[in-house]
Design a protein around this ligand. Structure first.
Ligand SMILES: *[C@@H]1O[C@H](CO)[C@@H](O)[C@H](O)[C@H]1NC(C)=O
Ligand SMILES: *[C@@H]1O[C@H](CO)[C@@H](O)[C@H](O)[C@H]1NC(C)=O
Ligand SMILES: *[C@@H]1O[C@H](CO)[C@@H](O)[C@H](O)[C@H]1NC(C)=O
Ligand SMILES: *[C@@H]1O[C@H](CO)[C@@H](O)[C@H](O)[C@H]1NC(C)=O
Ligand SMILES: *[C@@H]1O[C@H](CO)[C@@H](O)[C@H](O)[C@H]1NC(C)=O
Ligand SMILES: *[C@@H]1O[C@H](CO)[C@@H](O)[C@H](O)[C@H]1NC(C)=O
Length: 684
């Protein structure tokens, strides 16, 4: 390609206004816009005024201009090749688009390729690319006039001159200045017309760069020096020229005149003959143009900022709404237990369906991962309709965060929003116990595992009833409220939550909260939960675990809807173990019969219809641990009082009809009842 260009250029030489003849020297006092004297690529062009314009205000561009004929830089001498001396001088001017934002600079280049193939713009100045920067097979030597400080290349400033050998990491560099009358004067590459001289002495390998404002005579002292035998760097045939680039910031980069000589001193340029830059005030000039562009850009920027501001505002308002919380003065004291809604929202991936663990009587439960602590959590979202009583309820719930027992699911904290309370608990990987008892897909628990769980739940409940400064009634003991951790330890969850419905009272209706089959007769009658009603529910739970049946579920053979009655019936027949889960006998190992019998009887005792006859949780734990013996019971007495109690309450009929009308009798019972349903009269 270069070879093809040579004849064309030789043909043009005669037409050129400037001198461009001979093998070893040329001088351009301005350039010929009609008959190009240079190989111009990318953005480079010669303006009608005779300026060599390497770039304009187009971003991320480069421009190259090379003398079309290569020079032979090396000569054999005494059996080794030595590089010849050369000298060049040029006048250039860089006019930034904006006073404080400009890029990227001009370089004088010696290169084997006048197109600098593969080079990129921006900080690479159109010389190199990230792929080849620093590679010695580039064979490129350049003098850069760099107006951007790039840390990447250890640039010293945004106003420096550097000598580059195959890399943009300069081998020597300096800020720009000149010495006049012994006085060092700073120069600014972007604010004036400058003249530069580059001289290389082949014998010594010394390269000298000198810079001065155009019009000032050449200073004695060079600005920059570097000594190296370039014969080992440059190729045999060397093209000389210029490269410049723009990045995100731009500048007009011009060369006004250029002279070069191989093996001798380049001609001094005739400054009077050099073209001048377009008049900044003249119509259509680049500076005028830039002013218009600037005004337009500023207007556009202002509008954009305004629109952006509005958008950000809307976004913030929405975000605020999205993450809005309610925090009242009285809640401040619970500060440490407070979670931000945003954290919970993120932890649960926006309460996505994929994170849903289940839907209980109080709301949905989501699995989450706290970003800060990488902790697995379960978040219960409880919606409530009234503000009334919220304070009492929240303080109660939050104070339960202080309850700590290995058989209680730890409450970590809460977050309150309008009409919604979020409770954050430890995540229990194995889910709830009822799944293990009734879901055919789950593994069957052995007797040892069941007993371990039951004992754990009993000790957790004992702690609630008496191990703490105040008595806490759970109110909703059942298998689905017993969660299992990794080691299948039973942990009570949802303690205290039933209180929420007390606070949600409507004057016209009364709510009784609990789960059918677990509710003690006196609870359904008075609506008042006590430790004894918890014990009743615990009894139902014991039977549930031992029998593998729900407390209220029509028995397939007997048609008996109450598990209690079925166990009693078996006991009366002298075979109480018949009521136990048949799967318990398939495990092998120690014969569990004795323990199962104890559990069944304890379950019946706890389920005694008369509250006073039930044991306390402390006693229950002692019975389970074998520290005390069960009192002697007879099935007949239990049955008689059970039936009497239920008949007198009219409870039987209600329950039976409910049981038959619904396939699942195992529902949390929290709907409104009218006061006319006398057996569910509340205490409010
Ligand atoms: C420089 O080039 C001109 C034009 O071809 C030629 O006449 C002159 O002799 C050259 N000067 C030197 C010192 O080689
Ligand atoms: C820059 O120069 C190119 C090529 O001459 C031209 O297409 C473009 O419009 C110019 N851009 C500006 C901003 O002057
Ligand atoms: C000198 O350069 C020429 C041309 O590239 C080459 O053929 C020759 O081997 C070189 N000689 C030495 C001693 O490097
Ligand atoms: C050079 O001048 C420009 C304005 O064109 C200014 O922004 C910059 O800070 C100056 N640089 C130095 C090193 O004085
Ligand atoms: C240098 O460039 C040559 C030619 O492009 C290539 O073959 C070589 O792998 C490069 N070396 C490095 C270190 O990148
Ligand atoms: C870099 O240039 C300065 C100024 O001319 C000179 O004093 C110094 O020796 C040079 N350093 C190298 C490594 O060439």
């Amino acid at each position: 390609m270069a070879v093809l260009l040579v004849p064309a250029v030789l043909l043009l030489v005669g037409l050129a206004a400037a001198t461009a003849a001979g093998e070893n020297n040329f001088t351009f006092n301005g350039f010929n816009p009609v008959a190009p004297q240079l190989v111009l690529t990318d953005l480079a062009a010669v303006t009608p005024g005779g300026l060599l314009q390497l770039t304009n205000y187009t971003k991320q561009t480069k421009g190259h201009a090379f003398f079309p004929t290569p020079f032979r830089f090396k000569k054999p001498s005494n059996g080794r090749n030595r590089s010849l001396s050369f000298s060049t001088s040029f006048v250039f001017e860089i006019t930034p688009e904006y006073p404080h934002s400009f890029g990227h600079g001009i370089a004088f280049v010696l290169s084997p390729d006048p197109y600098l193939a593969g080079s990129v713009a921006s900080q690479h100045l159109g010389l190199f690319s990230p792929a080849n920067d620093g590679n010695s097979s580039n064979h490129i030597v350049a003098v850069e006039f760099d107006i951007v400080k790039n840390e990447e290349f250890d640039d010293i400033s945004d106003n420096h001159v550097g000598i580059d050998v195959n890399s943009l990491k300069s081998v020597n560099a300096t800020n720009v200045y000149y010495v006049e009358n012994g006085e060092r004067k700073a120069l600014n590459l972007t604010s004036e017309k400058l003249r530069a001289w580059v001289d290389y002495e082949g014998q010594t390998g010394r390269m000298e760069i000198t810079v001065a404002p155009a019009g000032v005579p050449r200073p004695e002292t060079p600005l920059l020096e570097y000594v190296r035998d370039l014969s080992s760097v440059v190729a045999d045939e060397v093209y000389v020229g210029f490269s410049a680039s723009t990045g995100a910031a731009t500048a007009m980069q011009y060369v006004l005149g250029w002279s070069f000589r191989l093996d001798g001193k380049a001609d001094e340029l005739d400054l009077s003959r050099l073209p001048s830059l377009p008049d900044p005030e003249g119509s259509g000039g680049p500076k005028k143009f830039s002013a218009i562009v600037l005004a337009a850009a500023l207007t556009l920027a202002a509008v954009t900022i305004l629109l952006l501001g509005i958008a950000v505002g809307i976004f913030m308002v929405r975000r605020r709404k999205k993450y809005a919380e309610v925090l009242e003065d009285w809640e401040e004291e619970y500060g440490p237990h407070r979670f931000s809604y945003k954290d919970l929202f993120r932890a649960t991936r926006g309460f996505g369906d994929g994170q849903l663990l289940g839907t209980g009587g109080f709301g949905r439960v989501y699995r989450g991962l706290l970003r800060s602590s990488k902790m697995d959590i379960a978040v219960k979202r409880i919606s409530h309709d009234s503000q009334q009583g919220m304070r009492e309820f929240v303080s109660e719930i939050v104070s339960m965060g202080r309850l700590r027992h290995r058989n209680l699911v730890q409450l970590l904290g809460n977050c309150r929003r309008q009409g919604e309370l979020l409770l954050v608990y430890d995540f229990m990987p194995n889910g709830s116990l009822d799944k293990f008892l009734f879901d055919p897909a789950k593994i069957k628990l052995t007797w040892e595992q069941r007993l371990h769980i039951v004992k754990g739940v009993a000790s957790g409940l004992l702690y609630l009833h008496g191990g703490w400064e105040q008595v806490v009634v759970h109110r909703d003991i059942k298998a689905s409220n017993v969660l299992l951790d990794d080691d299948l330890n039973g942990k009570l969850s949802d303690f205290g939550l039933a209180r929420l419905h007390d606070h949600d009272n409507h004057p016209q209706t009364t709510r009784v909260v609990g789960t059918l089959g677990y509710m003690a007769p006196e609870l359904t009658k008075t609506g008042k939960a006590t430790t004894a009603t918890d014990v009743y529910a615990f009894g139902a739970f014991l039977l549930e675990v031992a029998c593998g049946r729900r407390p209220m579920e029509v028995h397939p053979s007997s048609g008996e809807p109450f598990l209690v009655d079925w166990v009693l019936e078996c006991w009366k027949r002298g075979s109480i173990l018949e009521a136990a889960d048949p799967k318990l006998w398939t495990g092998g190992g120690k014969d569990p019969a004795e323990e199962i019998e104890l559990l069944l009887k304890l379950g019946l005792l706890c389920s005694h219809p008369e509250a006073a006859a039930r044991p306390t949780m402390r006693q229950v734990v002692q019975y389970l641990d074998g520290e005390a013996l069960l009192p002697v019971l007879s099935p007949g007495v239990l049955e008689a009082s059970s039936l009497a109690m239920r008949k007198s309450e009219g409870f039987d009929d209600f329950v039976v009809s409910l049981t038959y009308s619904s396939s699942s009798s195992y529902t949390t019972f929290g709907h409104d009842l009218s006061p006319s349903e006398s057996f569910f009269s509340g205490n409010h």
